[in-house]
Design a protein around this ligand. Structure first.
Ligand code: ADP
Ligand code: AMP
Length: 212
C-alpha cells in the first residue's frame, strides 16, 4: 500500500490527501450536446490511445447511487437538465483522477459552463491540452437520445429539450472560449460511429505518424 508516502517516478507522482496522483496529467475535454456521441467515442479513444475516461454525468449518477448526502440534490438537477454546482463535480473529477493513476484523461461532459471552466482551472491548475467538440444537429441528437435505452431518467423529450437549451446557453460559450485560444478540434458527429472515429483518430494521431 502507498498510504501517506510520496512515491517519485520520473517526477510524475505527488502525494494528494494521502493518495498518490500523477502530477500535471494530460487532460482533453470532450464536449458536445447531449447525445452527440461523447461516451461512444471516448470508449474508442480509451481502447486505441490509452486514455482513461471520466464522464461527469456518470460520476454524478454514481454519486446518487452511493447514497451520498448530495444524492437527492443531484438527482433533481439531472431530472431538470440543470448544471450541478461545480464544487460537487470538480471534487468527483479530482477524486477520480487521483484514484486512477493514469497520466492521460478524457473529461467528458465537463466543463458545462463558464463557471465550471474557471473553477476547474483555479482549483486544479490544469489547462486542457485541447478540446474535442462533437458537432451534431439537435434533430439527430434527439433521435439518438430517444433510442438510447439505458433507462436514464433524463432521456425523455421534456428533459431533452431543457438539456438542449442549457447546452446552447451555457455550454457553447465554453467552446467559444477555447475556440478563440485555438484549442478546439471540431468533429462532424452526425455521421456513423465508424466515420466519426476516423475523424477522432486523426486528432489523436501524432503528426509524424500520419500517412501523407
Ligand atoms: P453522449 O455521451 O454524447 O450523451 P452517447 O455516446 O451516449 O452520447 O450516444 C447517444 C446514443 O447514440 C447512444 O445510444 C449511442 O449508441 C448512439 N450513438 C452514438 N454515436 C452515434 C453515431 N455516430 N451514429 C448513431 N448513433 C450513435
Ligand atoms: P450527461 O451524462 O453528460 O448527458 O449528463 C447528464 C446530466 O448530468 C446533465 O444534464 C446535468 O444535469 C448533469 N451533469 C453532467 N455533467 C455535468 C457537469 N459537468 N456539471 C454539472 N452537471 C452535469
Amino acid at each position: 500500500m502507498l498510504m501517506g508516502t510520496v512515491v517519485e517516478s520520473a517526477n510524475k507522482l505527488q502525494e494528494v490527501n494521502g493518495s498518490v496522483a500523477v502530477k500535471n496529467p494530460t487532460v482533453v475535454f470532450v464536449l458536445g450536446g447531449p447525445g452527440s456521441g461523447k461516451g461512444t467515442q471516448c470508449a474508442n479513444i480509451v481502447e486505441h490511445f490509452g486514455y482513461s475516461h471520466l464522464s461527469a454525468g456518470d460520476l454524478l449518477r454514481a454519486e446518487i447511487k452511493s447514497g451520498s448526502e448530495n444524492g437527492t440534490m443531484i438527482q433533481n438537477m439531472i431530472k431538470e437538465g440543470k448544471i450541478v454546482p461545480s464544487e460537487v463535480t470538480i471534487k468527483l473529477l479530482q477524486r477520480a483522477m487521483q484514484e486512477n493513476g493514469n497520466d492521460k484523461f478524457l473529461i467528458d461532459g465537463f466543463p458545462r459552463n463558464e463557471e465550471n471552466r474557471a473553477a476547474f482551472e483555479e482549483v486544479t491548475k490544469i489547462e486542457p491540452a485541447f478540446v474535442l467538440f462533437f458537432d451534431c444537429s439537435e434533430e439527430e441528437m434527439e433521435r439518438r437520445l430517444l433510442s438510447r435505452n439505458q433507462g436514464r431518467e433524463d432521456d425523455n423529450i421534456e428533459t431533452i429539450r431543457k438539456r438542449f437549451k442549457v447546452f446552447l446557453e451555457s455550454s457553447l460559450p465554453v467552446i467559444e472560449h477555447y475556440t478563440t485560444r485555438g484549442k478546439v478540434r471540431k468533429i462532424d458527429a452526425g455521421k456513423s460511429v465508424e466515420e466519426v472515429f476516423e475523424s477522432v483518430k486523426a486528432v489523436f494521431t501524432p503528426k509524424e505518424e500520419k500517412a501523407d
